[in-house]
Design a protein around this ligand. Structure first.
Ligand code: T1G
Length: 695
């Protein structure tokens, strides 16, 4: 297959890259590009070379799917070096996104023209990598080291207008015919001749930028390697020759490529895209039109979900049976719009249009014609059943009836309606307008077109929709139970809440389990446990959390939980009263307290996740192990540089995980630590969780 086509426009060679979906620089593209560039450059009849791409975008980078496998020649740095060395002027014509290796190819070209809607960027840091084809040496020479550091450390795509101002784009394509504009730009380029960034003098820069950058990332790049190496590369660029800088870049690039952090982040990238592939659901599966929505329950979650739907362009009615509740819900939605405008995320016009499409009601007949209803009332089966009976009587046939329950059975809720095929779980995560995860819980009767519509709905809300099976707690909360359980036992065994939290935070979790409990509200978990009749009888099981909830210490919302909170502050302060309560309860339960090593804390909390993840995979509740990783990375603050709990387990090796779980079973018994059959099988056969499920 040829990925590059050559078309002569007069004496101009136009090389068009065509490798859908995003013209990634896979081997065939590298090989074809190099061959055509050399041929055109050596052709005396060719006055200029234009590199342009077919499809929806310019080159969006190296081929991520090739990483981790032996890379074939020609290597990208060699292709880039040859492009810049051309005696014939080379122009890059950019549309869509020129990212990573794609921008490095463009920077090797002597001139760059882009459409006004295009973006350029070096986002490698999000893959635990650095620009490995001269980006760390060329960009500083073009825009200055300080700006280059920002571009590579933040890794955000830069809009064409800014890229033009920065000098990355020499020209903006005025009208929509990029090729025509590039061809008419050629004479100017020929007149100026080849212009090689490698020869540009390094622009001035304040010396302290490198230390300042290191200080900054020490706070927000915990456990990561690439950001440090990016700073090292740019510093080298300011201190050595271009070619010596390239050598250092290569060395650091290969170091990052071999790192577990990059393996985790690359896994996260592909896993986040794999979730939308659900067996039996294809692009031909019909979808239901979703232009209007109703949200039942005007609490924090209900209002957040309503805002999400409004921000996605839908007409939304928020319904509640309580006047004050409805007023609070409306205030929350208006507040979210105001916050969006303040942070520059949305325009005033978007806000006004959104509020135009927003209404509130206490009357189910007002929402009879909506396309989708999302119930977000109190987490009680009885209340949810009452709501769904009402919906079944009121809402038009063909509407999707969704519940935002975080633990309760979808089938049991659907059973109170005459249309179980239209019922599905859409489990949002708090805060609903920020968290990118949506657990899509299919009931045993849920129709394929309802699942397909829900996947599209998730994409429209800019969320990762993960289709999971119906069980208590689905994927995320079911695993959280084990994680929280071990935290609770570790408290009784002598680990202070702040010590556990610091250990898990330093390991990479966004927040420690006790701080998360206080944020979510200890009353929420308490009520869920009260609803369950299958809880273990171990007296220490969630004992401390139950005691705090029974004392009315719900966390941030009451100023007291596991920690103390100053009025209006979210900063947790350890409470000696709680420490005394824990050691008193441990004594009462006959649990001897001891110093507990951070490694033990990490092992018990994370292996608790992995064991339950294996059971979920075994039962087919998750389609594939990477879906479980997507749930935990996007809904529970699991570090993406560790790739999610199942990828993490595979990276350690299931043999080692299985052995450790057997030891934990020895110590703490089979109730909590009996190794799942799947883990045993995979460990004994040397396989991985990623070998299980549909890819
Ligand atoms: N390689 C391989 N496949 C890629 C890819 C890539 N770089 N980028 C996207 N895809 C696939 C993706 O998996 C999905 O596949 C489909 O394209 C659509 O993607 C040496 C080392 C370009 C902004 O980090 O940010 O260059 O699921 O769903 O929302 O310095 O994709 O359909 O089978 O995301 O419209 C640097 C990564 C690489 C850019 C489009 N480049 N891509 O977003 O579609 S490292 C990146 C993106 C590098 C050099 C280094 C986005 C996008 P499938 P999508 P989208």
């Amino acid at each position: 297959m040829s990925f590059i086509t050559l078309e002569m426009h007069g004496d101009i060679a136009v090389l068009s890259v065509d490798n859908p979906p995003v013209n990634a620089l896979s081997h065939g593209v590298r090989e074809g590009l190099l061959r055509h560039v050399i041929a055109a450059d050596e052709d005396q009849d060719v006055s200029a070379i234009v590199i342009i791409c077919a499809g929806r975008t310019f080159i969006a980078g190296a081929d991520i799917k090739e990483f981790g496998k032996p890379i074939e020649e020609p290597y990208l740095p060699d292709v880039v070096t040859r492009i810049e060395a051309c005696d014939t002027p080379v122009i890059a014509a950019i549309h869509g996104t020129a990212l990573g290796g794609g921008l490095e190819v463009a920077l090797a070209c002597h001139y760059r023209i882009g459409t006004s809607s295009s973006f350029v960027g070096l986002p490698e840091v999000h893959l635990g990598l650095l620009p490995g084809a001269s980006g760390t040496q060329r960009l500083p020479r073009l825009v200055g080291p300080a700006m280059a550091l920002d571009v590579m450390l933040i890794g955000r795509p830069i809009p064409a207008s800014d890229a033009h101002r920065m000098g990355v784009l020499d020209k903006l394509s005025a009208n929509d015919d990029l090729l025509a504009d590039a061809l008419s730009f050629v004479p100017e380029c020929i007149a100026m001749g080849p212009r090689r960034i490698r020869d540009f003098p390094m622009p001035d820069y304040p010396d302290e930028i490198f230390d300042a950058a290191r200080k900054k990332i020490s706070k927000n790049a915990r456990g990561q390697l690439a950001p440090w190496k990016i700073i090292d590369c740019v510093e080298v660029a300011t201190k050595t020759s271009f070619d010596d800088g390239l050598k250092k870049e290569r060395e650091y690039f290969l170091e990052c490529m071999a790192s577990p952090q990059s393996a985790g982040l690359r896994h996260a990238f592909l896993a986040n895209r794999q979730v939308s592939k659900v067996p039996g659901i294809t692009k031909d599966t019909p979808q239901r039109k979703l232009s209007s929505a109703a949200v039942i329950g005007a609490g924090t979650m209900g209002a957040g979900i309503a805002y999400n739907c409004l921000a996605a362009g839908m007409d939304v009615t928020l319904l509640d049976n309580n006047d004050d509740g409805l007023a609070r819900g409306r205030k929350t939605v208006e507040g979210l719009f105001a916050g969006g405008v303040e942070r520059g995320k949305i325009s005033v016009a978007d806000r006004d249009a959104g509020l135009q499409r927003f209404s509130t009601s206490q009357d189910y007949s007002d929402i009879a014609d909506v396309d989708i209803v999302i119930e977000a009332v109190f987490e009680s089966m009885e209340i949810k059943k009452a709501v769904f009976s009402e919906l079944d009587k009121t809402i038009k046939q063909g509407a999707i009836l969704a519940t935002n329950t975080s633990t309760l059975s979808i089938d049991e809720i659907a059973a109170v309606t005459s249309r179980s095929q239209d019922v599905i779980g859409l489990h949002f995560f708090s805060p609903a307008h920020i968290m990118r995860l949506l657990e899509i819980v299919r009931g045993k009767a849920t129709a394929d077109d309802v699942i397909a519509s829900s996947l599209a709905f998730a994409k429209r809300l800019k969320k990762f929709g993960v289709v999971v099976g119906n069980c208590n707690g689905f994927v995320g909360n079911r695993m959280l139970y084990n994680y929280g359980r071990e935290n609770q036992f570790l408290l009784l065994e002598g680990a202070a809440p702040e010590f556990i939290d610091k250990t898990m935070f330093d390991w990479g979790m966004a927040m420690g389990p006790n701080a998360v409990g206080d944020l979510a509200g200890l009353d929420v978990g308490y009520k869920v446990r009260q609803e369950r009749d299958d809880l273990p009888t171990d007296p220490g099981f969630y004992r401390i959390a139950d005691m705090l909830a029974e004392m009315g210490r719900f966390g941030q919302k009451t100023g007291k939980g596991m920690y103390l909170y100053e009025k209006g502050s979210r900063t947790p302060t350890p409470d000696p009263e709680v420490a005394a309560m824990i050691s008193g309860e441990a004594a009462r339960l006959g649990i001897e307290q001891r110093d507990i090593d951070p490694d033990e804390i990490i092992e018990r909390c994370i292996y608790g996740l992995i064991v339950e993840g294996a059971r979920i995979l075994e039962e087919g509740i998750a389609i594939r192990s990477s879906d479980i990783d997507v749930v935990w990375m996007n809904g529970y603050g699991f570090p993406a540089f560790r790739g999610g709990p199942m990828h993490y387990a595979d990276s350690i090796g299931l043999g080692k995980v299985y052995a450790a779980v057997c030891e934990l079973q020895e110590r703490f018994g089979a109730t909590f630590w009996e190794p799942p059959k799947l883990l045993k099988e995979l460990a004994e056969s040397g396989r991985k969780f990623s070998d299980v499920g549909t890819y």
